[in-house]
Design a protein around this ligand. Structure first.
Ligand code: IYR
Length: 233
């Protein structure tokens, strides 16, 4: 039997337009300073910052509110080491054989290669898993039943956006890393068969001498298309 919808009053804070503009501008300026970092310090990070960021990710909207995600936090040096070794093996093969010239050319401005020392140097790795379907135990039979998940890719993508924004807001640096293929993460971390690795995120403070590639974001004109008359705004 389908569950019936129940409703409660929305807890919504209406702001003055001035407050709205101030907050929106401050958030934009703050997010403009976020950079993907590949040179990290080994300095420890307060664990609550990681917990709060994952709790923030957990507030994301998702298809049918199915919340098809799991966030594995790795600080164990031995596990980080196994992840680095496996990731570098895949990345070496990718850079040397699997990636097309067109792909390598697209990556050239980032200056990346197969070496991933940061996977061991950072205090935390957050490995995000997407549950391509749900697993529930039928209480009557004890059998595992598969639950279809809707829009799991989009849902996890949105949650990761929340996670990255929260970590940046908390003064931490991140890297969205997708070694390809990523199947080794499921094995090393012992995740169930319904979970697929989505992204591997090293989190920490940047190294004191960290450098980032000199690349630009597209301008608002390039990404926003207006249908309507906003000239009075
Ligand atoms: N996964 C590789 C290659 C790589 C691919 C993309 I698309 C990037 O934006 C950056 C890197 C690596 O991490 O080096």
């Amino acid at each position: 039997m389908a569950e019936v919808a129940r409703f409660i009053p929305l807890n919504f804070e209406r702001m003055t337009v001035e407050t709205q503009l101030n907050r929106s501008r401050a958030f934009l300026e703050h997010m403009r300073r976020r950079r993907t970092v590949r040179h990290f310090s080994t300095e420890p990070v307060p664990f609550e910052l990681i917990q709060n960021a994952i709790a923030t990710a957990g507030t994301a909207p998702s298809g049918a509110n199915q919340q098809p995600w799991a966030f594995v936090v790795v600080s164990d040096p031995e596990v980080k080491r196994r992840i680095r070794i496996a990731a570098e093996a895949e990345e070496k093969e990718s850079y040397q054989r699997r990636m097309s010239d067109e792909w390598l050319e697209a990556l050239a401005p980032l200056g990346t290669d197969w070496h991933k020392p940061h996977l061991e140097e950072v205090p935390y790795l957050i490995v995000v898993f997407r549950q391509s379907y749900g697993l529930k135990t039928n209480p009557a039979t004890g059998e595992q039943v598969r639950i279809k998940h809707y829009y799991s890719e989009e849902s996890v993508g949105i949650a990761v956006g929340f996670l990255l924004a929260s970590l940046h807001h908390a003064g931490l640096a991140t890297l969205t890393h997708t070694p390809s293929p990523m199947g080794f993460l499921r094995e090393i971390l012992g995740r169930p068969e319904n979970e697929r690795p989505f992204v591997l995120i090293p989190v920490g403070y940047p190294a004191a001498d960290a450098q980032v590639p000199d690349i630009q974001k597209k301008s608002l004109d390039e990404i926003m298309i207006i249908i309507g008359d906003e000239s009075h705004m």
